[in-house]
Design a binder for this molecule. Structure first.
Ligand code: AMP
Length: 423
């Protein structure tokens, strides 16, 4: 028996019905980015492994455990991108985009790859949308990035979303905080999971983000960052919060929020939904003032977010917030005799310039075609037989009311457009 192929574990196919919903949320994302003045970048799906080691962070779980890394034919180490930000920064530096304007605003979209344990809302190939603002330390940029994510989710009709924000402070505050947390954790090592022992050595702050119940309990009274934040970092975070309120973003401060990637400084944030839970965010991001330099550029502050489309779709479905997408046809052109097929073919071609038109690949009996038309939800069926060809007309049947009208061939398009426009 020949082998049957299946999609690899952690990957999924998108079939036509669901892709309509995906298209809608992707288009909504591009629309809102345009309204805020962001330009699209498209970056490769694989890069030099070192870009992610340096960018995402050598010590992160993503780089340590989850990257798809392989040698190419010349022995160079490549990796499928686990996230978009390092590639966007690489492109920004490679093309000298800082010379074009002081602040650059980009949006991107596409598949990301992480060798994660698949589960609900967790895939090995998943899809992110994201934005980056590069070149300004202003808290207003943090506010814009968070607001855009919030407005995007509201705009696609998600209601049950929550936003948590925190600050990790600048590099210096973060280092002080990391030392403080490490000191605190030293007495708790016995309660931490195996991964957290590792994190304790690589990046103790990441322990605060662990989802394992015993770890959560152990870090319950971990010191908050407030103790070590300097004045500038406090003022920055105050302004972010003040303007988020003005922008109408419904957020709360979560002092345990640290995020999974190593490059964040100052503001971090995450949006979550009741369907996926606080531990499984729809999207998140933050400020990363050290990353551009880390990737070989001049010291350049930046801020951004990414959000996962699979999880957004899950949340939309849970809220039943997705209106049924209009998959149906405007008109089903039914040729009912071999002699009328060419006439129907030409008519369908003309109508397709502006309408959604279905045409079978051969003539079939009228009853069969009317049944197909109603199954696919076509608004009208154009019945074409030998009579219509002779008279140079089209008989349109309105599928819902059953009403029929015979229309001259030359008027067919404008007649139909008028009728469809009025529905
Ligand atoms: P991150 O790049 O880790 O900050 O994640 C940003 C967003 O990407 C998350 O909030 C999720 O929506 C999505 N995401 C991350 N990892 C996965 C995954 N393995 N499967 C599906 N979505 C993911």
């Amino acid at each position: 028996m020949s082998k049957k192929f299946k999609a690899m574990r952690g990957t999924h196919d998108l079939l036509p019905e669901e892709s309509l919903l995906w298209r809608r949320i992707e288009t909504a994302f591009v629309d809102i980015c345009r309204r805020y003045g962001y330009g699209e970048v498209r970056v490769p799906i694989f890069e030099a492994t070192e870009l992610f080691e340096r960018g995402t962070g050598f010590a992160t779980d993503v780089v340590q455990k989850e990257m798809y890394t392989f040698p190419d034919k010349k022995g160079r180490s490549l990796s499928l991108r686990p996230e978009g930000t390092p590639s966007v920064i690489r492109a920004y530096l490679e093309h000298g985009l800082s010379r074009k304007s002081k602040v650059s605003k980009f949006h991107y979209m596409g598949p990301m790859f992480r060798y994660d344990k698949p589960g609900a809302g967790r895939y090995r190939q998943f899809h992110q949308v994201g934005i980056e603002v590069i070149g300004t330390p202003s808290p207003q940029a943090d506010v814009e990035v968070i607001t855009l994510l919030w407005e995007y989710l509201r705009g696609i009709n998600l209601k049950d979303v929550g936003m948590r924000v925190n600050t990790l402070g600048c590099k210096n505050c973060r280092e002080r905080y990391s030392a403080l947390v490490k000191e605190f954790l030293e007495g708790k090592l016995g309660d931490l999971c195996e991964d957290c022992h590792d994190r304790f050595n690589r990046n103790p702050l990441r322990v605060l983000d662990c989802k394992v119940a015993s770890c959560k309990e152990a870090i319950g009274d971990a010191p908050a960052i407030d103790a070590v934040l300097d004045e500038e970092c406090i003022a920055h975070f105050d302004e972010v919060q003040q303007y988020l309120k003005v922008a109408g973003v419904d957020f709360y401060v979560d002092k345990k929020l640290v995020r999974g990637l190593d490059y964040y400084t100052r503001t971090v944030f995450e949006v979550f939904h009741s369907a996926t839970g606080v531990d499984s965010s729809l999207g998140g991001g933050g400020r990363y003032d050290e990353l551009v330099q880390e990737l070989g550029g001049p010291s350049t502050p930046a801020v951004g977010f990414s959000a996962g489309l699979e999880r957004i779709v899950l949340a939309l479905k849970a809220e039943a917030a997705h209106a049924d997408e209009a998959a149906s046809m405007d008109v089903y052109v039914a040729s009912i005799a071999d002699e009328s097929y060419q006439y129907a073919f030409a008519l369908a071609g003309e109508l397709r310039k502006s309408l959604r038109v279905w045409l079978e690949f051969e003539s079939r009996r009228p009853q069969k075609q009317l049944a197909s038309a109603s199954k696919m939800g076509a608004a009208y069926t154009a019945v074409i037989g030998e009579d219509e060809v002779k008279k140079n007309t089209v008989v349109f049947k309105h599928m819902e009311s059953g009403e029929q009208a015979e229309v001259g061939r030359d008027e067919a398009l404008s007649w139909l457009k008028n009728r469809l426009g009025g529905e």
